[in-house]
Ligand binder design. Structure first.
Ligand code: SAH
Length: 352
């Protein structure tokens, strides 16, 4: 594969499914159960180097040591004094940076993971996309975010949201493989129900997700209630306009029976008028869905939303009265800039 780093890497086998490892062992004239052992070392013993995979014979370890294992390293972490939310800056094998956030809820730990280095989607309010997309993450690099945080904090993560840097449905093959390994009982055995895939509206990706048919939660980042509101801040809408997006969501719901979550970042003076809320309610009135209102986390490059805002809770009440199930996203870690993209931006700027 070609990559940005200094040297070429050969780590596609670390993304193998268990079945692929077992077949590989066959090819290497090893017993198939060695494939299970390798898979377990990769996905349950992240902290160990290959030379510490002691259940394997030395000859097999030597063979495997040619494999590059692209470890995700926690470079910096910021702990909120207010609610304990932790924000991570991770460094990858090619010296690029990604981010993540660990949140503690009553039901357990949720990690927000990145799926790409940068992002190609160009949403104007989002820091992650400002330098464009550098590359997709490999499945093992998405898993590595979870494994490294579990080791760092000595916890088990029960839920994962694909809401960090990047557009998951613009990296579908690796994202799918990531979720399949995460759900495998020989891996972390996480329920698909505890995974949320968030998209800005990549229609073919939503169709692929529906066809895959696993009970993950789909979150749609809507942020606008008609084409003109959405076009201005989310370029993806010019490719897949709101009407097409809504029809695709309906097909997704029919195919999966799953309730969809609509994320709506409230941009004061832009999308928070009562007319906008009426349109939002009309769009969603017949859908099996839930709305999550998110306070805008202002970034330097975005000049909307500077007006005084109407209370986000008033908007939530208004939508509830119109029978739209609504929640307001708790501002987690307000003291540590917990929205994605900003830490990396600082790091990359500092480096140049
Ligand atoms: N590309 C995917 C997932 C990553 S973004 C998506 O668009 O859904 C995760 C969520 O954070 C999205 O809902 C995104 O719109 C939102 N977001 C990005 N920047 C934000 C900001 N500055 N303030 C509030 N929400 C933001």
């Amino acid at each position: 594969m070609s990559c940005i780093g200094k040297k070429e890497h050969n780590f596609s086998p670390v993304n193998y499914s268990l079945e692929q490892w077992r077949l590989k062992m066959d090819e290497w004239n090893e017993k198939a159960f060695r494939g299970n052992q390798i898979y377990e070392y990769l996905h349950r013993s992240y902290g160990l180097g290959i030379n510490e995979w002691n259940r394997l014979p030395k000859s097999l370890r030597d063979k495997l040591s040619e494999l590059d294992i692209p470890k995700v390293v926690i470079e910096d972490k910021y702990v909120s004094d207010i609610d304990g939310t932790i924000k991570y800056l991770y460094k990858l094998y090619d010296d690029s940076y990604i981010e993540g956030v660990l949140m503690k809820y009553k039901y357990g730990y949720t990690l927000c993971v990145s799926t790409q280095v940068g992002c190609a989607m160009g949403c104007s309010f989002c820091a992650s996309t400002k330098g464009g997309k550098q590359r997709d993450l490999e499945a093992y690099e998405i898993l590595g975010q979870i494994y490294s945080v579990e080791i760092e904090e000595d916890i088990s993560i029960s839920h994962v949201v694909l809401m960090g840097m990047g557009e998951p449905l613009d990296n579908w093959d690796h994202v799918k493989r990531f979720m399949e390994i995460l759900a495998s009982k020989e891996g972390k055995n996480m329920s698909y129900r505890n995974m949320t895939v968030s998209t800005c509206g990549v229609v073919p990706g939503i169709e692929a997700l529906a066809e895959w048919g696993k009970p993950v939660t789909l979150a749609i980042s809507l942020h606008g209630t008609n084409d003109s509101e959405r076009n201005e801040i989310m370029p993806i809408n010019r490719k897949y306009p709101i009407d097409e997006l809504m029809k695709t969501v309906d097909r997704y719901t029919n195919a999966t029976g799953r309730r969809v979550s609509f994320e709506f970042t409230v941009i004061p003076g832009y999308n928070d008028s009562m007319e906008s809320m009426d349109r939002l309610a009309d769009l969603l009135s017949k859908k099996l869905c839930h709305v999550n209102l998110i306070p805008l986390n202002p970034i330097e490059e975005f000049n909307k939303g500077k007006q005084k805002s109407i209370s986000i809770y008033k908007l939530a009440d208004y939508l509830e009265k119109k029978n739209i199930q609504t929640s307001v996203r708790r501002t987690l870690g307000p003291d540590i800039d917990a929205s994605c993209g900003q830490l990396r931006q600082r790091k990359v700027k500092g480096r140049n």
